[in-house]
Design a protein. Structure first.
Lengths: 144, 144
DNA sequence: TATAATATTAGTAACGATTATCATTATGGT
DNA sequence: ACCATAATGATAATCGTTACTAATATTATA
């Protein structure tokens, strides 16, 4: 998670983008939460600081921050994009009832990536590992 | 892949659905291809057999067939749903350039599923493993 | 500090995939 | 054949996301 403003600015400049208060606000909001919010949630949070901000700016900004490697986009079954300030590749657990998404400190064994590369003639660059199930709140017979 | 019409009918009936020629046509089209087509592609194919079919029926049917366990829905970054007649859990490779999706005869080691279950308090029921990269056609310096 | 060149914004319209609505048609059981 | 109910086709509505545009802000340069 990149919090140094100089570094954020540098990363944007590489791509020809400027660091504006809107962009910083979006990134700060995203970095301030462990959840994986969608664009609208970020919009509502940013509005508290910059009331006249528009949803279009949020979308544009998220795309730019992603391009600059400052966040990662996740697409789930809801056909709604969620964003994550953690750009390290990691697994997720998704609640199929309420949509909650948690990180999972788990990485795919290198062996499996090699196996995948051998099994296809695609040039593999990345992967995604997701688990689906019910979160504690949605679990019908939880013991807690 | 379930091809026996009796069995297809039985699976639909369990959920209170009937087997119609539109539903059979959608399933047949999906079973006839190794690709993972989207609703519109299926629509175009089904139209050749049933010209007056509507796109709404395709969507409705795909949802019902999924509910009956006759197909699986995949959601990718394109925010477009793709469908797969293979209901076995398996990995996919997705071309980040042209969107082509291939099967990968690879399954997650059971050990990893156990590891995931221990790392979270979610009740895990399913998982998805996807690799991203470039397919042979989109690979800039392919040796073939 | 003025000025020009360019990037960014807010606001709004447009888009595309998917869903809902509804009158008509088909199906299955009696 | 008749009735109850499910399914269809056509079309309108929905919703997340993108594109457009005139106004504003930022940066570089003189």
């Amino acid at each position: 998670m990149i919090t140094d403003q100089e570094e954020i600015s540098r990363r944007l400049n590489i791509k020809g983008y400027r660091l504006t208060k809107q962009r910083l606000a979006v990134l700060k909001v995203l970095q301030s939460t462990k959840s994986h919010p969608d664009a609208n949630w970020i919009y509502e949070k940013v509005r508290k600081e910059i009331p006249q901000v528009s949803l279009g700016t949020i979308y544009r900004t998220l795309g730019i921050l992603k391009e600059a490697g400052l966040l990662r986009e996740l697409n789930y079954a809801s056909s709604l994009s969620h964003y994550d300030a953690n750009t390290e590749n990691h697994a997720h657990v998704v609640c199929t009832n309420c949509g909650r998404i948690d990180d999972l400190p788990l990485s795919l064994p290198h062996k499996l990536e090699v196996q995948a590369s051998k099994a296809t003639d695609f040039l593999i660059a990345d992967h995604r590992l997701e688990f689906y199930g019910l979160c504690p709140h949605c679990c019908p017979s939880s013991a807690d």
